[in-house]
Design a protein around this ligand. Sequence first.
Ligand code: FES
Length: 146
Amino acid sequence: MARDFTVGEVAKRAGIAVSALHFYETKGLISSHRTSGNQRRYSSDVLRRVAVIRVAQNLGLPLSVIGRALARLPTGQPSRADWDLLSAEWSLELNERIEKLQRLRDGLSDCIGCGCLSLDKCALVNWGDKLAAEGPGARRLLAERK
Ligand code: FES
């Protein structure tokens, strides 16, 4: 049977600050229970949750997305199927982000429809700032995939 961990043990094992654990807990991303002496304890599954949170943050996923996904996991030790569902959902999100980054990379040196009309190509591609009618921002970069 797996033992419970103190906040310091989790922080050390996960390689993050105790304050980060408290932050994740206030955001509802992880949870703990209290001992009879009112000390905070974490079950072993918190280590995987923290690792997943850190990876997701490094991938640029917002805490709201991470929190929604983790909220759907069962309390205690999630099964492989639970993690597979979460992974599949994030794969879609990450694919969308990758496509946006590729569009950004590929179009950054050309007209991006920002309204500046400063590039020599803008006069042709965004003549008269016609893309402003579509809304604010760099329209060519912000355009959603159709
Ligand atoms: S780059 Fe700004 S409108 Fe074309």
